[in-house]
Design a binder for this molecule. Structure first.
Ligand code: NA7
Length: 552
């Protein structure tokens, strides 16, 4: 606890309670405890650290950011001692990395596992939060920091008859730790987002038969995953500062620059040759080949046409290829998957594609999936790769009550409302890491995570130095920020993907609001820094109960 608090404040059990022990919770603990000397506890629902990566163990699960960039930058020693083995890290390797971080920085002693937070309530008379868990423990704390991840609350569609299924079913985000043996089984995979696209080729290799139930055809770029060579690792390790500079200077936090060239400004032949090269290089770099793929529909159409041709060239059966060709959204307006042999999988004899837009899933029956046409697809295992209640699901699963009894669920009934994605009005002393209204899922996640954690830590240090007990933002600030988030999204093609989880459109009844900040990571970080420099413009600080106004 800081000197100021020790001298003037009554004994308070915790300075900060952090919810979640993933990438963000681990770093936030390190910064507050080891940087500011605060008393901090992390409450984590899982039985281990890792957050999203603790739960996501489905076949083929790996990150689509390149491994060396999907890492912390705060410790030069950590950067040098950790060795990634492949271009994209597998879920096992990411868990190893995060467990190594937890051990190396002595974090475990302040992390309480198997502890699901049920709710939290703010006491305005004392400027303190009381956090309660499902096992009825409670914790009193000055600051509440949610590090609950953006894609952690599994969406299992409520298909009639699910519980009547005589086989096994699994959601990819709740995968059994012991794995699932597909040998000799007839497997149904529902969903063709990043997850389904990663899982299908791996499941097809061991299952007797795989049926992929596709509602919306998706774009995918070959990942070109491969082991990293010792020379490459040496090169990365000697260039980390420059690579981190690139990551912090781009819109999306990835370690490559986005081309300045418009796709429309180069002759067709050159454009095709460039797409061809980018396809061979693979991964999210494909999107960076031209500057305007996400801002100009005609430019985007050139990428769409190229990818359509690739799907036609890879998939041998022209009728199946046509079904796999995405037509309802521009390229990269939904989170763009990267794959290993996804389209090739449909050339296998043991794989079938069912277009559930043409023949919808009517029900799950004991023997498999019943389609509207009356046909039954017989199955032993159903895998739901049906995504998440993203960005708000995990926050609203808790009953969070702010000042004057405000409920986060009620306040956000029409959509999330935050200032900078960092705080909601009426929820003083509560910070949200990579919440709605921040760049979060539009980026390589460790970049916004480190930026948020650093900002929150500096803000708390500032408050302690000034003797403030409360920080809160106002409705005007949040409304203006939400308007800016909309404006930033509307300057891109992103809202054109009507069924995207960025818009909440994948969850029945969820308000359709474009949630992440599309104005770019670098611009966002500069804005946050500017706010901090201007004595936290848009926030109000109070000392004790004196309600002294600052900044607003
Ligand atoms: P996504 O991207 O939300 O994909 C979910 C998929 O499941 C998508 O194809 C959906 O079709 C499909 N879906 C959802 N509900 C149904 C029902 N009821 N019937 C048929 N199909 C359905 O989730 P992922 O797990 O793949 O990826 C999430 C993120 O994790 C990813 O973007 C990376 O950031 C990591 P739809 O497109 O809605 O028609």
């Amino acid at each position: 606890m800081s000197a100021i608090r020790q001298a003037s404040a009554p004994a308070i059990p915790y300075d900060a309670i952090i919810i979640g022990a993933g990438f963000s919770g681990l770093y936030q603990l390190h910064k507050l405890r080891d940087g500011l000397g605060l008393k901090v506890r992390v409450l984590e629902a899982g039985g281990g650290v890792g957050g999203t990566w603790y739960w996501n163990r489905y076949p083929g699960a790996r990150c689509d950011s390149e491994s060396f960039s999907y890492s912390y930058s705060f410790s030069k020693e950590l950067e040098q001692e950790w060795e990634w083995s492949e271009r994209y890290p597998s879920h096992e390797e990411i868990r190893c990395y995060l467990n190594h971080v937890a051990d190396r920085f002595g974090l475990r002693q302040d992390i309480q596992l198997n502890t699901r937070v049920k709710g939290a309530a703010f006491d305005s008379s004392r400027d303190l939060w009381t956090v309660t868990t499902e096992s009825r423990e409670s914790f009193v704390t000055r600051f509440l920091i949610t590090a609950v991840g953006c894609i952690s609350t599994a969406n299992v569609p409520d298909i009639p008859g699910r519980d009547s299924f005589s086989g096994q079913w699994y959601h990819t985000g709740r995968w059994p730790h012991e794995g699932v043996d597909f040998t000799g089984k007839r497997v149904g995979l529902i969903g063709t987002g990043s997850t389904g696209i990663q899982a299908a080729p791996v499941i097809a290799e061991s299952a007797a038969h795989l049926t992929v139930f596709q509602r919306t055809a998706n774009f995918s770029i070959p990942a070109r995953n491969a082991p990293l060579t010792p020379e490459f690792i040496r090169e990365i390790k000697s260039n980390y500062p420059a690579l981190r500079d690139i990551m912090r200077s781009t819109t999306n936090g990835h370690p490559f620059a986005i081309s300045q060239d418009s796709a429309l400004a180069v002759p067709e032949e050159e454009r095709r040759a460039r797409y061809e090269r980018a396809w061979e290089v693979g991964g999210l770099r494909f999107r960076a080949e031209f500057s305007d793929l996400l801002s100009d529909k005609a430019a985007n159409d050139t990428a769409v046409e190229f990818i359509h041709d690739k799907i036609r060239a890879i998939v041998k059966d022209p009728a199946i290829a046509e079904k796999l060709i995405p037509r309802d959204h521009p390229f990269a307006t939904k989170r763009p998957p990267v794959d290993t042999d996804y389209f090739e999988t449909f050339n296998r004899d043991n794989v079938r594609l069912v277009d559930v837009k043409a023949d919808p899933i009517e029900a799950i029956v004991p023997e498999g999936i019943l389609l509207k046409s009356g046909g039954i697809v017989p199955l032993d295992i159903i895998v739901f790769a049906t995504g998440y209640d993203a960005l708000t699901g995990s926050l609203l699963a808790m009953d969070i009550r702010g000042a004057d009894g405000h409920s986060l669920r009620e306040d956000w009934a029409a959509g999330p409302c935050t200032y900078l994605g960092l705080q909601a009005p009426h929820f003083p002393n509560m910070f949200i890491i990579t919440g709605p209204g921040s760049p979060s899922v539009l980026c390589n996640m460790p970049v916004p995570i480190e930026q948020h954690v650093n900002w929150i830590t500096e803000c708390i240090a500032y408050m302690d130095a000034k003797g403030y007990s409360r920080i809160e933002t106002g409705e005007q600030e949040a409304k203006a920020w939400v308007a800016h988030v909309n404006e930033a999204a509307n300057a891109t093609l992103l809202p054109l993907a009507g069924s995207s989880w960025y818009l909440g459109a994948n969850i029945p009844g969820k308000p359709r609001v474009f949630m992440p900040y599309a104005g770019g990571m670098a611009r966002y970080a500069a804005l946050c820094a500017e706010v901090a420099q201007a004595d936290y413009r848009g926030f109000r600080f109070l000392s004790g109960q004196t309600q002294r106004r600052q900044s607003l």
